[in-house]
Design a protein around this ligand. Structure first.
Ligand code: G3H
Ligand code: 13P
Ligand code: ZN
Length: 309
């Protein structure tokens, strides 16, 4: 087993009707829950680390946790930097042994995004590391109700083609209506599948990435609220829409919020039902189990519903 790049797994996913799950990790129980699920489902796996995760757990701890998971499970794992904001953090992660980095230049003007992404691609490729970039703004439909608003925020297919040609990036995160967090849509969920089809027609060899792809599973929102939480109105991307997206060229599906909700719901339940409990293993353990079960459900019924891994 080894840290691998996503090159081969994306090449296979591009040809098929499934996507690889990319799950955010912040501590040991989260890593273990996800890896247990991937083992049970024999699934390809990307574990991703954000700048916030690096600040919280310290880079060395996260890297060693993922190494331990690899050793314990025997799985090959892609270790990916999520939303690298600048060249320096991408370089640091390449130097630290990550096999994949994301340079998120989506907040910059088109030409600046190209220049920044190109700089990261040159460094990463010289070190055998693959690069994901982002074009377009991740915003829910509440922020983009009209066609012109969508055109302004969502990924422009022609620009995507130019961007990939000029940067040599390995995969591209696109904006088609998803957003980060637990409040993705105010009204009915909507993803711009026409735009997705137009993008993949122009760049058929580029694996696409869907950020903000959590479903915000009702079960966990209700459980959080039942046990003292207060997260009304949370809404994610329905599983059917993710199933549809992975039949297109979406090869990587990013999930963090669903992990957070599953873990928090399980922990809240234990603490409310057992107010005298103060052994962290007694609530972090159920948190880990909830993550494992949720990730397994997602792999089996959403990411790999076509059973083609
Ligand atoms: O894209 C955002 C991920 O959910 C990571 O979130 O920056 O709070 O770690 P974070
Ligand atoms: P969610 O907030 O929908 O889980 O998205 C996570 C993500 O895109 C991480 O990069
Ligand atoms: Zn993201």
């Amino acid at each position: 087993m080894a840290f691998i790049t996503s090159k081969e797994m994306f090449a296979k996913a591009l040809e098929s009707d499934y996507a690889v799950g990319a799950f955010n990790v912040n501590n040991m129980e989260i890593v273990q829950g996800i890896v247990d699920a991937a083992m049970a489902e024999k699934a390809p796996l990307i574990l991703q680390v954000s700048a916030g995760a690096r600040d919280y757990a310290k880079p060395a701890y996260l890297r060693k946790l993922v190494e331990a998971a690899m050793e314990d499970s025997g799985l090959d794992i892609v270790l990916h930097l999520d939303h690298g904001a600048d060249f320096e953090i991408c370089k640091k992660c390449v130097d630290d042994g990550f096999t994949s980095v994301m340079i998120d230049g989506s907040k910059h003007e088109f030409e600046k995004n190209i220049a920044l992404t190109k700089q990261v691609v040159e460094y990463a490729h010289a070190h055998g590391v693959v690069v994901e970039a982002e074009l377009g703004t991740l915003a829910g439909v509440e922020d983009a109700v009209s066609v012109s608003e969508r055109d302004a925020k969502f990924t422009n297919p022609e620009q995507a083609a130019e961007f990939v040609a000029k940067t040599g990036v390995d995969s591209l995160a696109i904006a088609i209506g998803t957003s980060h967090g637990a409040y993705k849509f105010k009204g009915d969920p909507y993803l711009d599948f026409e735009r997705l089809a137009a993008i993949e027609k122009l760049i058929p060899d580029t694996p696409l990435v869907l950020h903000g792809a959590s479903t915000v599973l009702r079960e966990f929102v209700d459980m959080c609220n039942q046990y003292g939480g207060n997260i009304p109105g949370a809404q994610g991307v329905p599983e059917d829409m993710i199933r549809q997206a992975v039949k297109h060229h979406v090869c990587k599906v990013n999930i963090d919020t669903d992990l957070r909700l599953a873990m928090t719901a399980a922990i809240r339940k234990v603490l409310v039902e057992n107010p005298a409990e103060f052994d962290p293993r007694k609530y972090l353990g159920p948190g880990r189990t909830a993550i494992k079960e949720m990730v397994q459900h997602k792999i089996r019924n959403v990411l790999n519903a076509s059973n083609k891994f």
